[in-house]
Design a protein around this ligand. Structure first.
Ligand SMILES: Cc1ncc(COP(=O)(O)O)c(C=O)c1O
Length: 376
């Protein structure tokens, strides 16, 4: 059966990119690989909207999250984690594992971080070294106001570290203009690649913390990646095929242009929200992001929706994580996912809800999506 992958990572891979990834493996200490590395390094600056170097680490996104902790901090340092979901909470878990003291500025699931709350805690705690937060919280579907948080943190001695693993490429994000000091991302979402590669960039202000950080590290020691960057290499054997494929996906991103990608995501997000509402499903996110839409579903059928979509139609969507298990569904509209994939997903969702006994009028979902797409 053909599959329709509408999960918020991994996402589908364009054939152009998949073909590049299937080419014979290059050796990573050659000029051929060096040329690929150089192109990729240049394009990553565009995607991150930064002048800083962007390093590639062979790990899933969480690897770069860990790198953002171990390279900036020392045991007993104090940080703020502004969390609004499962992935924000991951910052807390990583930091506490290394003996870092965490002040948590958390909100209820589905809500966004209030920048003013971060400001209040920063004012009360002048020793704070860093504020860690999340751009698009994939587990709830909200988007946080990183620009305002950046303004606040930049006026203090602390650095701002942002997990942009699901939001980068798909939704407007500007590392330098928004005064973000460290950004992490991963390959399997907006970058339209298979999982396994993560990205991280540091501002000059963040490098000052790197110099004095005392948490032990070896594989994730970012100084090694900085040194290798000068010779277009990574310190350890990189996932060469992923990086060759990345060169192609970055070519596509550059050809289309970030602004056009951002506006495409906005349109897909509007259509998805309209469909959920047409089906009587309440949107879950206080301020919904453009890369994934979450909606509340009757608890008794939450799991069945996901299972039936997969088994009967080959449509893969995500459910809720942790406390949200069974309570929400999540439809992604990032990366290579386009209108045609979503239309198929919407029609199948409507049929599944109908079969599961939800009181809906059939035909409404596609009508709602068509309305949005036709208006553009
Ligand atoms: C916002 C966010 N942070 C962190 C992660 C973890 O990334 P990975 O699973 O690549 O380690 C994800 C992945 O779903 C994510 O969406």
């Amino acid at each position: 059966m053909n599959r329709c992958l509408l999960t918020p990572g991994p996402t589908p891979i364009p054939p152009r990119v998949a073909l590049k990834g299937a080419l014979p493996v290059l050796h990573h200490r050659t000029s051929e690989f060096g040329a690929v590395y150089k192109n990729v390094a240049q394009s990553l600056k565009y995607v991150f909207q930064t002048k800083n170097e962007v390093y590639m680490i062979a790990a899933s996104g969480t690897g770069s999250m860990e790198a953002a902790v171990v390279n900036l901090l020392s045991p007993d340092d104090e940080i703020i984690v502004a969390s609004c979901g499962n992935f924000g909470d991951r910052w807390i878990k990583i930091a506490q594992m290394y003996g870092v003291k965490v002040i948590s500025v958390s909100v209820k699931l589905g809500k966004v971080i209030k920048p003013i709350e971060v400001e209040k805690v920063l004012k009360k705690n002048p020793k704070i070294k860093a504020v860690y937060t999340t751009f698009t919280e994939t587990s709830t579907g909200v988007v946080n106001d990183i620009k305002t948080i950046g303004e606040i943190v930049s006026k203090t001695g602390a650095v701002l570290v942002v997990d942009s693993i699901s939001g980068l490429v798909g939704q407007e994000f500007r590392m330098d203009d928004w005064k973000v000091d460290v950004v992490v991302s991963g390959s399997q979402k907006g970058f339209m690649l298979a999982p396994g590669l993560s990205f991280i960039a540091f501002s000059d202000k963040a490098w000052e913390l790197v110099k004095v950080s005392k948490i032990p590290k070896f594989y994730f020691d970012i100084k090694k990646y900085k040194k290798s960057y000068t010779t277009n290499e990574t310190p350890f054997t990189p996932p060469v095929t992923l990086i060759v494929a990345l060169e192609e996906s970055l070519k596509i991103i550059t050809e289309i242009g970030l602004e056009n990608i951002w506006s495409k995501s906005r349109l897909l997000a509007r259509a998805t929200r309209a469909v959920m509402e047409s089906l009587g499903l309440e949107l879950f996110a206080e301020i919904p992001c453009d890369v994934v839409t979450s909606a509340l579903v009757p608890i008794e059928i939450g799991g069945k929706i996901i299972k039936t979509l997969k088994e009967e139609f080959g449509v893969f969507i995500a459910g809720g994580q942790g406390d949200l298990k069974g309570k929400i569904i999540r439809f992604a509209h990032m990366g290579y996912i386009g209108k045609i994939d979503l239309l198929a997903g919407f029609a199948c969702l409507e049929m599944v809800l109908f079969k599961l006994g939800v009181n809906i009028k059939r035909g409404k979902a596609l009508a709602a999506a068509e309305e949005v797409f036709l208006k553009g």
